[in-house]
Design a protein. Structure first.
Length: 180
């Protein structure tokens, strides 16, 4: 008896190699698009967080001036160290032990270094606490201000690239987040 081995008599029980490779390529393209978009949205979230934080610190500085008669000026030169001045003045922790001094006024409670979580805006740097933006770079503060015509101080973040200039001009400042 003769057996017929024509293609119509075989039954398919799985996928061909070509089909599997096409599906894997489609999944790889979709994964690449998703991961690329995720990084963009994470950066935008950090920028938004920093904008809100700069606005909060600006309001707290206005409250400080209302109580004290002037903005904090000692060491407010726009350097990274100027961030420590903000912490000491707005959280009332002149001795940098992480707790407000006795009878100190707390102008911005979110500066508490004992708080936990991703919203923490303070870090210890060389034995002093500094205010940090969403990218974990120190905020910069200058009083009297040079850039901000509507206020007596300049407050800014170095932005995503972490580069800034105390003169606030040039390529280093193109992505800075500021109060002016």
């Amino acid at each position: 008896m003769k057996t017929d081995y024509s293609p119509t008599c075989f039954s398919r029980k799985g996928f061909t190699l070509v089909e599997v490779l096409v599906v894997m390529a489609i999944i790889a393209v979709l994964a690449t698009m998703t991961v690329g978009g995720l990084g963009y949205y994470q950066r935008k979230a950090k920028e938004s967080k920093t904008q809100v934080f700069v606005a909060s610190v600006s309001r707290a500085l206005d409250d400080y001036r209302s109580d004290e008669g002037s903005y904090p000026t000692d060491g407010a030169d726009g350097s990274e160290a100027s961030s420590a001045i903000l912490y000491e003045s707005l959280f009332g922790d002149a001795d940098n032990d992480g707790t407000p001094d006795t009878d100190a006024t707390i102008y911005l409670d979110m500066l508490n270094p004992s708080a936990k979580g991703p919203a923490l805006n303070v870090k210890e740097d060389g034995g002093v606490y500094v205010l940090v933006d969403g990218f974990k770079n120190p905020l910069r503060y200058r009083a009297p201000g040079e850039q901000n015509p509507g206020a007596d101080f300049d407050l800014w973040s170095a932005g995503p690239d972490g580069e800034t200039s105390t003169s606030n001009s040039g390529d280093d400042t193109k992505d800075d987040i500021d109060n002016w």
